[in-house]
Design a binder for this molecule. Structure first.
Ligand SMILES: [Zn+2]
Length: 392
C-alpha cells in the first residue's frame, strides 16, 4: 500500500473520533476569543496522540499550537472554531477543525519515518477578531513552510481571492438642544453620520472594481425632540488588494472629516476590529490539493474565483505560501444562515470533513517527500508579493 492509501486508512480509523469532535464543537457554539470548549477539546486530543502542545499562545487564551515530527519542512494545518451570534456554526468552522485535526492525526505515524513536521495551529476568532493576524504578528508563521486549511461551502473550489478589510467606527459629537424650542442652539451629530453615508455614496463612482463599503448606524440619538449630541456609525471597507484598500480608506477618512466640517460636529475614529489583508492563494499548492481531491474521487472541481468576502487567512498568505480551498457540504447553501449551520452538523458535512482531512494530509505528504513543490511555491509567493506591492 502506498503512503497516501495508508494515511487514508489511518484517517478512516479515526473517523468516529473526528465526527464526534465536529459535532461536539458544532453543538457548543462559542464566539470569537471565547472558544474554550473547542480549543480544549482539540489541543487535548492532539496531546493524547503525542503532539507537543502549547496553549494560550500569542497572549490569546483560546489559541494553541500542536507539533509532531522534527526539522523542516514544517507544514501548518489551521483550525478555526469560532461561531456566529445566534446562528451557531453557520460558517462550518467545526468542520475546519475536524479536518485539520484529522489530517494531523493521519500524518503523525508517518512523521516518525520522514524528515519534517506538522504543526496544528488553533486560530481563534476568524469571524470578528482576526486571531490569525495576531499569530502572524507574533511570529508564529516564521518557521512555517506552508499553511493549509479547507473551508465548507456550496461548491468545490480550489482557489479564491478575498478582499482586504478595514473596520472603522466613527463617533460624531455635537451639542444637545430642544429640537423644536431652541434648535439653533444645537449641533446635530446624527447629521454628521448622515453626511458620512452620503459622502461615501458619492465616492463609490470613483472607486476601483470590487471595492465594497458597507455601514450601519449604531447610535443615532435618543428621541426626536432632542438634537442628538452623539451618533456613531460602523463601516467595513474592503478592496481586492491591500494597496488599493489603504488608498480607499484614506478617502473615506477624508469624507468623515468633511462630514464633520459641514455639520459643525466633531468626529473621531478608530479601528473596532483588526484589519485583514487579501488572500493570495498559492497556485502550486492549491493545484496539488486539487490533484489529491481528484484521486479521492471528486470530479466537479472549479479552479479559481475572485471572492469579495474577507478572512484573516489573507494575512497568513502574505508570509507563507497558503491554501484555503472550499468543499461543498450541500448544493445551494449560503454561509451565515441557519441552513448552513444545520449542514455543518449533517451527514454530508461530516463526510466532507473526513474527505478534506485526507486531501490535506495527502498534500502535506507531497510537500514532505518532494522538495521541488515547496521550492516552486516559494518562487511563486515572491512573485505574487512583488505584484501586490504595485500601485492601484
Ligand atoms: Zn468561515
Amino acid at each position: 500500500m502506498d503512503w497516501k492509501a495508508q494515511i487514508s486508512a489511518a484517517i478512516d480509523a479515526k473517523r468516529a473520533l473526528l465526527e464526534e469532535i465536529a459535532l461536539s464543537i458544532g453543538q457548543h457554539p462559542e464566539l470569537g476569543f471565547h472558544e474554550v470548549h473547542a480549543s480544549r477539546l482539540l489541543a487535548g486530543t492532539l496531546e493524547k496522540e503525542g503532539f507537543q502542545i502549547k496553549r494560550g499562545i500569542a497572549g490569546l487564551e483560546t489559541a494553541f499550537s500542536g507539533s509532531y515530527g522534527r526539522g523542516r519542512p514544517n507544514i501548518a494545518l489551521l483550525c478555526e472554531y469560532d461561531a456566529l451570534p445566534e446562528l451557531g456554526h453557520a460558517c462550518g468552522h467545526n468542520l475546519i477543525s475536524a479536518a485539520s485535526l484529522g489530517a494531523a492525526l493521519g500524518l503523525a505515524p508517518f512523521l516518525d519515518r520522514l524528515d519534517g513536521r506538522v504543526t496544528v495551529l488553533g486560530t481563534p476568532a476568524e469571524e470578528t477578531g482576526s486571531g490569525k493576524v495576531i499569530l502572524v504578528k507574533d511570529g508564529f508563521f516564521q518557521d512555517v513552510d506552508a499553511a493549509m486549511m479547507f473551508h465548507p461551502s456550496a461548491r468545490n473550489l480550489l482557489m479564491a481571492t478575498s478582499n482586504a478589510l478595514d473596520a472603522y467606527e466613527f463617533e460624531f459629537s455635537g451639542k444637545a438642544a430642544h429640537a423644536a424650542d431652541s434648535p439653533e442652539e444645537g449641533i446635530n451629530a446624527l447629521d454628521g453620520v448622515i453626511a458620512l453615508f452620503v459622502g461615501i455614496n458619492a465616492l463609490r463612482e470613483h472607486l476601483p472594481e470590487g471595492v465594497r463599503i458597507h455601514g450601519i448606524i449604531s447610535e443615532g440619538g435618543t428621541a426626536p425632540n432632542i438634537v442628538p449630541d452623539r451618533a456613531v456609525a460602523r463601516f467595513y471597507i474592503r478592496a481586492p488588494r491591500r494597496t488599493q484598500l489603504d488608498w480607499v480608506t484614506a478617502k473615506v477618512l477624508k469624507v468623515a472629516e468633511g462630514a464633520a466640517l459641514m455639520t459643525g460636529s466633531k468626529v473621531a475614529w478608530h479601528a473596532f476590529e483588526l484589519g485583514t489583508d487579501n488572500m493570495m492563494p498559492s497556485d502550486s499548492l492549491s493545484l496539488a490539493f486539487g490533484s489529491n481531491l481528484q484521486r479521492l474521487g471528486v470530479t466537479d472541481i472549479e479552479e479559481f474565483c475572485e471572492g469579495r468576502g474577507s478572512s484573516d487567512m489573507g494575512n497568513v498568505s502574505r508570509v507563507v505560501p497558503a491554501i484555503h480551498p472550499y468543499l461543498s457540504i450541500g448544493d445551494g447553501l449560503i454561509a451565515h444562515t441557519a441552513e448552513f449551520a444545520q449542514a455543518s452538523q449533517g451527514p454530508q458535512g461530516l463526510q466532507v470533513a473526513v474527505l478534506a482531512a485526507k486531501a490535506l494530509a495527502h498534500t502535506a505528504v507531497d510537500l514532505l517527500t518532494d522538495p521541488s513543490i515547496l521550492e516552486a511555491a516559494r518562487r511563486e509567493h515572491r512573485r505574487l508579493l512583488s505584484k501586490e506591492s504595485g500601485t492601484l
